[in-house]
Design a protein around this ligand. Sequence first.
Ligand code: HEM
Length: 367
Amino acid sequence: MAKLPGNPGYPVVGDKSLEFYKDPVGFCEHRLKKHKSRVFLTRFTNKPTAVVCSVRGMRELLHEKSGEEACLLRLSLSSIFTGACLESWSNDIPEEQPQLYQEITQLCTQHWHGLISAPVSVKVPMWSSGFSMAQEARGRLMDIIKDKLENDKQGFVGSLGTLPLPHPGCASQHLLLFISALIPKALASLLTSFTLALSGTQQEQTRQRAREEPEFFRCVLLEVQRLWPPFIGGRRIANKDTTIEGFAIPQGHVVMYVSHAVHRDPEVFQQPNHFLPDRWTGRNAGQEHLLCCLGNGPRNCIGAQLTDNFVKTACSYLLTHYDWTLDPPEQNTAYKWLPVSRPAEPLHVSFTRLDPTGAPGGPPSAQ
Ligand code: HEM
């Protein structure tokens, strides 16, 4: 059994979390070159961590080496993200009680910002730490959620309330996760990447083809997911000695797949850094299952179909009603990848409403 290339370093002093956090893409690129291997060893959060950057390693990790311990729970929850429930999702978009939904949005944002701040709860007169404000927001969100679970008998919340979940508090916990600010951020990340990839006169033909050919539109969305996955990846902990791509992974090691790097594995994706939607009807036809933007295998994203519906609806609306370009055309479009991939600096995009024939013209442009 081969030894993993790379070095777990000494505890604490050898930890590379901060280096990874500052520039996850640069971190992986540097080590991929250095170790000449798409799986390597390092130390994150003070644990020896095998980093997986290959399609083969990601599939092995998330299929063969993934447990299914939450199988029944997943099955239950999945039912509210598929079939008839999924078709009714647009009815659940709030038109009544706009103030309540505005409050929920604000609380979710406050909850999220607090969660990613230092986990220290401090409250003194006139000042509360981000973490303690997050706890307050969580408390208020839980009150709203419990009230909805008791009173909403239809739609998404009604369906969640009828599921056979392991214990009574379960539904409210899951609902808190489903409305967490991280999910809209991930959706916004995909919409932003779509907008940038198709902006400007140089992409005019691509936009036109995407408007006219549903199959090409599907390929554009796949290519956006491939190049700009909203989340950097996911992690598992080995509960026994195992292997990935023939490399030994001792019990207790963390194994982390990095979607950005997996999606650029040159063994599967030729010209990996280029935006080439046609690859999905050419060399990579039928290989959507090799992406891990929404995870992969038995523990993939349970919101995958909902996400697909949402992204298709929003992007096709944009394409049908607008043309757009970066304004000014030269701006810094470099990305940052954590906690959710997005442009590092605010960008200005100018949108021009299309007239009903699909040609630019209609009312004045919006920014
Ligand atoms: C653009 C939107 C989204 C992205 C990029 C995304 C991404 C992911 C990824 C990468 C995983 C797998 C993590 C891993 O392997 O450790 C995952 C799992 C999951 N996602 Fe999503 N997700 C999105 C939207 C949603 C939505 C809308 C929901 C539900 C409201 C959702 C609920 C979940 C849940 C519950 C899991 C855990 C599944 C399990 O462990 O069995 N996600 N998601």
